[in-house]
Design a protein around this ligand. Sequence first.
Ligand code: 6PG
Length: 473
Amino acid sequence: KKAEIGVIGMAVMGKNLALNIERNGHTVAIYNRTDARTKKVVEDHPDKNLVASYDLSDFVASIEQPRRIILMVQAGAGTDSVIDQLLPLLAQGDILIDGGNTFFEDTIRRSKKLDASGINFIGMGVSGGELGALNGPSMMPGGQKSAYDQLADIFEQMAAKADDGKPCVTYVGPNGAGHYVKMIHNGIEYGDMELIAETYNILRNLLGLSVEECAEVFKTWDQGELKSYLIEITADILTRKDDLGSGTPIVDLIVDEAANKGTGKWSSENALELGVPQSVITESVYARYISFLKSERVAASKQLSGPKVEPVSEDEKKELIDLLEKSLYFSKVMSYAQGFEQIKTASDHYDWNINYGDMAKIWRSGCIIRAEFLQNITDAFTRNPDLKNLLLDPYFKNIADQYQDSLRKVVSIAIKAGIPVPVLAAGITYYDSYRSAVLPANLIQAQRDYFGAHTYQRVDREGTFHYPWYPEQ
Ligand code: 6PG
């Protein structure tokens, strides 16, 4: 019997996706560039319906037509090379699915190239890490709708299910739309992680809580409206001690340099490109960059002074923990408001016709940013599918009314104490800019006109104006 679908790339994500599909009752063809990996998968799973091949043409031949082949290989040159090797072996109507963290412009390029040979191409964001891939990820596929329709059944079986039972997968849009949405997902992931980290820093260094006490705080928050995967794993991480036996919390032994593989940076670059204010994600990318200046920071810490952190009383601690819970929640709102605004702008710009509400829906479960909060966003877009900005939805407007004071206080206290809060600050600053009918941009326009005759518009009449700044003009 031929395999119903194939997976290329037997590193952990590819292997786990293959096992996920198999568990859902399908025969899966598998292939890896180096044989050893494939052999290992077969040895470890002797009773599974896996058809292993050690030659690419055998692999292609083992799959029923039209073929459905998922690529889980190194994003970038690795993907191009596999596609080039596959092309002569494929037939018109076959469907290639790239499930890697691919830059959406590469997907657009590959989609065009494959189109010329009559091969369908789906660029699919897959979120949820190793366990998600195995047990149910959130999946963001983009490409030909007709090709998606031939995959929908398998994808819906594989995907995580939200609380209402709905699978966390949907057709996102043409060509690069799926990878684009995954890129924004990752940008939001950066923002969420940095917001948690800044909050943790305040708990430890302003409130003076121990790592264990911080774990308790996050555990409590995970029962409330912040309930989410990232809060849950944070609470768990903070309970873990050194695996090498020193007894110290492991977090205190990890070097404070946050690495990245580029997806957050792509989100920011694209926001700049499209002219979308996306300060929360961008500041979280910068926060990772500044973390990497470790030796400079250590040297500067010996030379540059800051305020002295005053001890906080027990009563104040309780109150501050409450403020921090609200400020974390409200700053998340700004992050998602910006992320969705960017998806909306991109959808128009690239002509993708993305259903924004559906994106919130498929992020409710399976992915790294999964959270109760995503149901509130889903509801907001259900109430108004054309919602301009999340902040304008009645639920979030109410959150803003109730929680903005907490965020303001947290940011002021942190700044006063010299604790860096770039992303919390970006959140409240965005809120204040967005709700300002008048910004001092008029002065910028005047300056531009002054030094470069760049002209300006007036508030009281139509037309373009240039002011006689210099007497000789
Ligand atoms: C996911 C994650 C994942 C990503 C890592 C690493 O949704 O499962 O986003 O795809 O690769 O989180 O990202 P950074 O190395 O850039 O932090």
